[in-house]
Design a protein around this ligand. Sequence first.
Ligand SMILES: *Cc1c(COP(=O)(O)O)cnc(C)c1O
Length: 224
Amino acid sequence: MTEIEYKIYIDDVIRRVETARIKVSAHHIVKIVAISKYSTSDNIVKLYNIGQRAYGENKVQDLKQKAHHLEDLPLEWHFVGNLQKNKINNLLDINPTLFHGLDSLSLAHELQKKLLAKDMTLDALLQINSANEESKSGVSIDDAKSIYEQIQRECPNINLRGVMSIGAHSDDAKLVKESFRKTHEVYKQLKGADICSMGMSGDFELAIECGSNMVRLGSIMFNK
Ligand SMILES: *Cc1c(COP(=O)(O)O)cnc(C)c1O
């Protein structure tokens, strides 16, 4: 693909996001985070050149390498993976824009300790395992609100901004929609929350319909 062809292709993805968000409301704004985990720094530069600023990775080491390699560009870096406790300091050294994968109270407590020691704060989303799948991490729908509030009370250096969820792993759109709908239902009950991160390449339109305002698009942004 030439740069022009790539731009036309990405414009079409953006148009799909636009069409979905307008169906919700003219005031419903959706942000695209390009998940670059299967991609190279060179490809990030290509996408940056046609206007994409926010990127996400799911491994601390990859985030570190790419952020370092591209440090001269004004990029926003998101961490969307699961964070092992022994990698917390590595993540904090990168000072990411947003951590999407805060998936337990014990991780929040550990994170709080390290943030306090470094005199830092971190914006984060509570990850919800909305379809109760064993393969996914995150808190349950039923526990989400109380854990969110407990983190707000006990972890002053974590700035909770909302929730993140991965749609149910199913070919049945009804089940996927149900998982998004439930997550959004919790999100609406959270005081001060302004980010509902749901939707990937295969299901972002459905996620936006259910109220997502941040989509994490990997393969569809880079597969060219
Ligand atoms: C890989 C990944 C994505 C992007 O997935 P695609 O299906 O390639 O769009 C989004 N969110 C998380 C948490 C991921 O790990």
